[in-house]
Design a binder for this molecule. Structure first.
Ligand code: CMP
Length: 146
């Protein structure tokens, strides 16, 4: 059975620089996912290090954090049935060379690091990553009555 989920996506600095933020978000909207929170941020290196702390021991950690703080990003919370897995399918493989046709990274990513978009990889990381950028009051309650 599918479950209503929320996940965090980042339109990464390469996409914002390339004026394709709308295309990244369009992939998700066309799939029926709802944007329930959205803002533009320019991460500091320290913030990027905090966001990607799970990758601390990886050889690419420092350059990833440099890249993520190299310009503005757009962060958003997406909501929908099975949102976490669906967003990952829509994004495609981390390395654009492995990404399937029709995915965001196949179309827009230029390298394994500058790969256009991020999406949470599990319910636990979605919770951490949403809380990293948004307070409860900044997330739209879709069940709200008028
Ligand atoms: P993301 O889905 O945001 O999760 C971690 C990020 O690290 C990943 O996308 C890439 O931007 C980056 N990354 C993952 N593997 C590598 C790698 N081998 N070399 C450089 N960057 C990487």
């Amino acid at each position: 059975m599918s479950e209503m989920e929320r996940t965090l996506t980042i339109v990464k600095p390469d996409s914002v620089r390339g004026n394709v933020a709308n295309e990244v978000l369009g992939f998700f909207e066309r799939a029926g996912l709802r944007i329930v929170a959205l803002k533009m941020v320019w991460l500091s290196k320290e913030q990027a290090e905090g966001f990607y702390v799970v990758h601390k021991e990886r050889p690419f950690y420092s350059s990833l954090c440099e890249f993520m703080s190299s310009g503005p990003s757009i962060v958003a919370v997406l909501e929908g049935d099975d949102a976490i897995a669906r967003v990952r399918t829509i994004m495609g493989a981390t390395n654009p060379a492995d990404a399937l046709a029709g995915t965001i990274r196949r179309k827009l990513a230029s390298s394994i690091q500058e790969n256009a978009v991020h999406g949470s990889d599990s319910p636990a990381s979605a919770e951490y990553e949403i809380g990293f950028f948004f307070s409860k009051s900044e997330i739209i309650q879709t069940e709200r009555k008028q």
